[in-house]
Design a protein around this ligand. Structure first.
Ligand SMILES: Nc1ncnc2c1ncn2[C@@H]1O[C@H](COP(=O)(O)OP(=O)(O)OP(=O)(O)O)[C@@H](O)[C@H]1O
Length: 297
């Protein structure tokens, strides 16, 4: 690997299909990505040494949080990639790096187009109707009036709000608002879509519609990343699962197999039954079929 391809940030179009060394189906390449946050730390006054207090005073006490460690994988067009891991394992950090919100400390992400994060808290306006929220949301995402009108009916249908689309949003339940938000956000048909925990609201009917919608996105050669603590959702919606733990890729493979192993690990951890978590994770990692990144821009 050369210095040149260790530059930070998302390199759009770098994973284009005619790039040497990569097959045509590649959508995202994550190449030895690490992320270390520097956090200012303050210890208990009583436990701080004089030196520490002096460091605090001049503002030099920082702690390194290694959120991601040398993560490497390739995601392909048509894949729906689930991302799982216990709290603080690095999932959101990875998603922020994929969308370019933050730069990795080292390593590179290459993508055929900039991945779009489905905003869980994208601003919907409570005072205006669902229909007017569609207008606002779509225009804010950069659609023209013509594109917006072409999409309006399908957004309403996906949200399942035909009967209440002219009512003010403040009269909607949280599930109805979440459905509308999802339908608006995915109407732009992004090539690479990232969904972080957004699917945990909504009833069974909406989940089924969502699954169909994601299938159709994948069918258009898109690639979807789905971060969730709900293993049922992950198994239902994903064709592949990445398990990240303490910033490392532990498993990458079949949803049923990976979620089963993860469930067993997380359950044992929860009951305090894992004597040597580090060794257990290393043993699991040996089962991982790592996708080697061949990259020569
Ligand atoms: N802005 C930040 N500054 C400092 N540390 C951070 C920051 N964001 C995340 N971290 C730390 O990085 C690690 C990974 O956090 P991250 O939010 O990526 O985990 P996660 O897997 O998404 O967690 P969760 O499942 O709880 O949402 C954690 O130790 C967290 O405390």
């Amino acid at each position: 690997m050369t210095e040149q391809n260790l530059e930070q940030g998302v390199t759009e179009d770098a994973a284009r299909s005619d790039a040497p060394g990569l097959d045509r189906d590649v959508a995202v390449v994550v190449d030895h990505v690490s992320m270390t946050y520097k956090v200012r730390a303050k210890e208990d006054d009583a436990r701080r040494t004089l030196r520490r207090r002096a460091q605090d005073f001049i503002g030099t006490t920082t702690v390194d949080v290694h959120a991601l460690k040398e993560l490497t994988f390739v995601a392909h067009r048509g894949e729906s990639v689930g991302v799982i891991g216990t709290n603080g394992s690095g999932k959101s950090t990875l998603m922020k790096i994929l969308t370019g919100q933050i730069n990795p400390t080292s390593g590179t992400v290459h993508a055929t187009s900039t991945p779009v994060m489905l905003g869980v808290n994208a601003a919907l306006q409570p005072q205006i109707s669902g229909n007017d929220n569609i207008t606002l949301g779509c225009l804010a995402m950069g659609m023209t009036r013509k594109q917006l009108e072409a999409k309006r009916e399908s957004i309403i249908a996906l949200a399942g709000l035909q009967d209440s689309i002219h009512l003010p949003l403040k009269s909607y339940s949280s599930g109805m608002s979440a459905r509308l938000q999802f339908a608006i956000a995915t109407s732009i048909d992004p090539d690479i879509l990232i969904i972080d925990e957004a699917l945990n609201t909504g009833d069974a009917q909406f989940r089924e519609k969502t699954r169909q919608h994601l299938d159709s996105l994948r069918g258009q050669a898109g690639c979807v990343f789905l971060v969730s603590h709900s293993l049922g959702t992950i198994r239902e919606m994903c064709s592949r699962v990445l398990w990240i733990e303490r910033g490392e890729l532990i498993m990458d493979g079949d949803p049923a197999e990976v979620t089963e192993q993860y469930n067993s690990y997380a359950g044992q951890m929860g009951r305090g039954r894992v004597k040597r978590p580090r060794q257990q994770r290393d043993a699991l990692k040996k089962q991982l079929v790592r996708t080697e990144v061949v990259w020569s821009p």
